[in-house]
Ligand binder design. Structure first.
Ligand SMILES: [Zn+2]
Ligand SMILES: [Zn+2]
Ligand SMILES: [Zn+2]
Length: 295
């Protein structure tokens, strides 16, 4: 990442690449997490994307994770406006806790943010409006919810827009969306959580329309899920996704990034063979701090 050159055009920044629990993971003392317990600089934050429009002097975040405070700080300090960069909204994908727990940082006991815009789908809105402690954020006027509608484009600034795309995922609590972010000449597709590609045939046309792709790469393959019932946490394995999308051009694959990596995923370690296999197949693993130009 180049933090020294001031950016004058809209961009997105990857603020986290891990699954909800991050790396290291709560309670894990296996080889996947011991190096990052010993050396916190090896840690990875949960999946989160920042969007900045330096012309409009605005910014947004997709997801409010357990590391919200660090991710917002990173969004500001890497931007041309530094700590003067306002946060103009938080877009939520769904009601699994690692994707919205960070909203609690806005509470009057902490930031007392005052009227932060939160953009959420109807069931997610219902969850926040009807359950403590989220309801308290609304009652305190620390968050204000704008309801999103399926596929309806929301204009962010003169040159940026965002569109929620409903995807199949364990929808016990809320619906789940990914987002398409559109700049003047570029589109980013962000789908951090999905159950299977079979249930989402629209992915192929979405990939065609998109320049940069950030897609669920929770698990590399079945070998890392020995202790979990996969039916209760379905995700397409990276190995399966690489096979499914193998006919994409090499150039397209170089803009296809796996994100939302579980702490057990060997691709979190760039020296691991699995990580190297992804690159040998021309795909990519998202990196924290990665910047994607949107103009
Ligand atoms: Zn998740
Ligand atoms: Zn671990
Ligand atoms: Zn989820």
């Amino acid at each position: 990442m180049n933090n020294t050159k001031p950016r004058t055009t809209p961009y997105a920044i990857v603020l986290g690449i891990a699954q909800d629990g991050g790396l290291p993971h709560c309670g894990c003392h296996l080889p996947c997490c011991t190096p990052s317990w010993d050396n916190p600089s090896l840690g990875k934050m949960p999946v989160c994307l920042g969007i900045v429009d330096p012309v409009a002097q605005k910014s947004w975040m997709i997801e409010a994770t357990f590391d919200f405070k660090t991710q917002w700080h990173m969004l500001q300090t890497t931007s041309p406006l530094g700590s003067n960069l306002p946060l103009n909204g938080i877009f939520l994908t769904h009601g699994h806790v690692g994707h919205y727990a960070g909203l609690l940082q806005l509470d009057k006991a902490i930031l007392n943010s005052g009227h932060t815009e939160v953009f959420a789908m109807p069931k997610m809105t219902h969850l926040l409006q009807n359950n403590l402690p989220w309801k308290a954020l609304i009652d305190q006027d620390n968050i204000h919810i704008t309801q999103l509608q399926t596929s309806k484009i929301h204009q962010l600034s003169a040159t940026l827009s965002i569109q929620p795309i409903v995807v199949p995922h364990r929808d016990e609590y809320t619906e789940t969306v990914g987002f398409m972010i559109t700049g003047l000449h570029k589109k980013i597709l962000f789908i951090p959580d999905i159950d299977s590609w079979d249930q989402f045939p629209a992915i192929h046309s979405l990939l065609e329309q998109t320049d940069e792709i950030f897609i669920d790469g929770t698990f590399y393959d079945a070998s890392e899920c020995k202790h979990r019932n996969l039916k209760s946490i379905p995700h397409p394995f990276i190995t399966d996704s690489m096979k499914r999308f193998e006919s994409l051009s090499h150039q397209k694959k170089q803009h296809f990034h796996f994100i939302h990596l579980n702490h057990t995923n060997p691709c979190l370690n760039s020296t691991n063979l699995a990580h190297q296999q992804v690159y040998a197949n021309h795909f990519r693993i998202a990196t924290q701090g990665q910047i994607i130009e949107l103009s």
